[in-house]
Ligand binder design. Structure first.
Ligand code: GLA
Length: 382
């Protein structure tokens, strides 16, 4: 991949590039909790985006996407969302840099990678983090990793219109081999928890669907959570997010107002607690207990938070009573993408074979499988 990228870059721009790698992510548990100031438990994986970049002597941005075999060009003084879509994850970072007063000149960039797009593995966060890291390096901007993560999140909010939380970018930037990151999205403090998965692998089943609902419904969920907080805050002004809320507060101030919003908020408050005890399970090597929590999270995401879809539910139901699958759930924003499964090594081949056939039969759609290794976060490869 790196050689091919280097070659393409030389052919297009006749210059020696800096190459940065930024990975996709999984999330063990703690879904839709990041924008509620709760905790998340993501990890960076061995699928990544690579950006090759070099400075230019003018104010132009010249981009090329290997996957789409497309070019894009614009001037630094006129950076705005493009209908081509893929350049937006790069341009959004340029926009953030400019808004924060950093001065850069024009640059060339070629982007390639093996994070499947639309699979809920955060390929967009990976492009944003790779861009921020590469430009920081090229122009010696001295921006900290955390600042880059915040810029990447803002860039997604502004240039992709998704009011996402900070998890994906944080995981891509701060990943560490064989560890999950327990991130407190309120304080942004984090620690690394070793993933001692003895003879167990993280298997991702990609539904290969992305329903059009995904970003609009995501933004709606966010508003529903905020509405719940507003109702509590009328009586308890110090409550600023669902992280600060309790089930009792929800019962008292949200349930009488709106049952649907109550159901959404309750899932989040429970999910934050579930994540904290799942971290204890992980520390005590109790993968069985962690896995049971993952199944429960799926049920909540499907029935209470209502961000699943029939393809995801099918995949989780299919493994639910399989003793070789310790835990499974939909992962990420929802309405498509992957399920994450903790599977005993010796059972993987049989499971993949059976599920590939039954998914194709039931959904009339192909299933794709990845076994995720937990890897380093964003960094320079060349
Ligand atoms: C998407 C968002 C994240 C997070 C997850 C759900 O991946 O980008 O910020 O909210 O959904 O946990």
């Amino acid at each position: 991949m790196i050689e091919k990228l280097s070659k393409t870059f030389h052919e297009k721009f006749s210059a020696e590039p800096l190459i940065v790698r930024s990975p996709g992510r999984v999330n063990i548990i703690g879904e839709h909790t990041d924008y509620n100031n709760g905790f998340v438990l993501p990890a960076a994986i061995d699928k990544a985006i690579y950006i090759a970049a070099s400075k230019r002597n003018d104010d132009e941005i010249h981009l090329h996407a290997v996957d789409f075999n497309e070019d894009f060009t614009c001037n630094l003084s006129y950076v705005k969302p493009s209908e081509q879509h893929w350049p937006n994850y790069i341009l959004g970072i340029v926009d953030q840099l400019q808004k924060s007063g950093y001065s850069i000149s024009g640059f060339n960039a070629v982007v390639d990678g093996d994070v499947p797009v639309g699979a809920g593995l955060s390929s967009s966060a990976a492009v944003e983090c790779a861009t921020a890291f590469a430009l920081n390096e090229l122009f010696d901007l001295k921006i900290s990793k955390l600042e880059m993560v915040k810029m990447a999140q803002l860039s997604e909010n502004v240039f992709a219109g998704l009011q996402c939380g900070i998890m994906d970018m944080f995981a891509s930037m701060f990943g560490k081999p064989e560890h999950a990151i327990r991130l407190d999205c309120r304080s942004l403090e984090y620690d690394y928890i070793p993933l001692h998965l003895d003879k167990i692998k993280i298997v991702l089943f990609n539904t290969n669907v992305k329903h059009s609902l995904s970003s609009s419904e995501y933004n709606v969920r966010r508003q529903q959570c905020e509405q719940g907080v507003t109702w509590i805050k009328e009586h308890h002004p110090h409550i600023n997010s669902l992280r600060d809320a309790t089930l009792n507060l929800l019962d008292e101030f949200v349930l009488p107002k709106d049952k649907l919003i109550y159901k959404r908020c309750r899932f989040i408050v429970e999910e934050i607690q579930r994540l904290l005890s799942a971290c204890e399970n992980l520390k005590n090597n109790n993968i069985q207990a962690l896995g049971e929590k993952m199944f429960r999270t799926h049920e909540g995401l499907s029935q209470e938070y209502e961000v699943s879809c029939k393809e995801l539910d099918f995949l989780v139901n299919a493994v639910k009573n399989n003793p070789s699958v310790l835990g499974a759930r939909m992962m990420g924003g929802g309405f498509g993408g992957c399920t994450i499964n903790l599977v005993k090594e010796e059972a993987i081949d049989g499971l993949v074979e059976g599920l590939t056939a039954s998914y194709q039969r039931e959904m009339d759609f192909p299933l794709t499988t990845y076994i995720a290794q937990i890897e380093n976060g964003t960094g320079i490869v060349k």
